[in-house]
Design a protein around this ligand. Sequence first.
Ligand SMILES: [Zn+2]
Length: 445
Amino acid sequence: MKTDRRKFLKSLAGLSSLAASAVPGASSARSSAGISKAQIQDIRLSKNKGYVRLVFDLDGTADHSVFALHKPERVVLDIKNAKMPHGMVDQVQANSLIRSIRSGVRNKNDLRVVFDLSESVTARSFLLAPSGKSGHRLVIDLHDSKKPVEKSATVKKSRKRDVIIAIDAGHGGKDPGATGRSGTREKTITLQIAKRLEKSINKQKGMKAVLTRKNDRYLRLRDRIHKARDNHADLMISLHADSFPDPRARGSSIYALSVDGASSETARMLAEKENAADLLFGDVNLAVEDQMVKEVLFDLSLTGTIESSLDIGGEILGQIKTVNRVHKKKVQQAGFAVLKAPNIPSVLLETAFISNPREEKKLRSSSHQQKVAKAITRGVSKYFARKAPPGTWLAASEGEHFVNNGDDIKTIAKNHNVKEEDLRARNALYADNLMAGQVIKIPVS
Ligand SMILES: [Zn+2]
């Protein structure tokens, strides 16, 4: 068996064209009773923190197996009763991990793909059923095996990182966004609120804010996404102000991305309006870059990013309604291009209607802007107090404290020898009343 495999691998070298010469039809019926061969339609590669992901687009389901071989390091993928067009593996660019990819036919009908690697990995694979615009997919994740296991938390506690919040002030520069009846421009309001939000977030222990723009400049939607990604953001909040022909329309609303279309007609129209900035002012239209969009949506649906976005959106909405009327009681969903940041939960907040004279006035007022910034901060920290990414200060704790009758935040902080503000930040405690039985996380110092 082992020698056979060796021989086979040897014979594969330089023979990536073999797959094309497979003769369909002449084969005996295999696993699925005479069903024609699964065809690989595309291979996509994405690099992620700690792993490289390969996605094989298939026109149907397929039995497969994945195993690793060492010295030299390789990962072998066998797909039963499958074929792949000539030269397809050559599309996948070599990178620091994958030195080369070869493919060949095995047992007359099966496809074998060999990845030559520069280091040892742990391979994980799974199949995905069609969803949205994507068809059948086979996903192979090559995880860095040297990645240290998160165990020595007590040793590293001083090096816990902050949760990074990317704040995106909508519009800017040549794209003013909507304009209110008194001439207030959306791009000005969003930047003012963004800066207040930045300050408010940075005051919060365990969180750090980054702005996609700090001044009145035009940014394409994809540049906003890149900015968030380059800063390793854990969340992106895009700030906007709504407008509608009827000046009576009012209230705040919050949106997350949808893979399968908009949750309402209003949501769809709004997404079209916000996406139009790129059509009007940008040199690239994100919407027509089908392949990228497909990939991103796939990744989002796969990693549960949309689910997290809805969760965060719900927390923010819960806080926003204490400072402004809420236009829609639930987090809405639509295809906003700016929310398509791979692996980064993203929400878009329409702070209020700039087209409503009363709300326009509110949006201009610094005290209202401050209230909005504080409300967003509370919502965000409530979410991350529950679900901070591993390795962050907000995810760590020394232990738990079960609240007894008569306990207050000050005493708990004192008894556990932690700062009161840290205790508040770690647990997103904004009010002073604690409930008996409530569990308080004791932050790491
Ligand atoms: Zn806008």
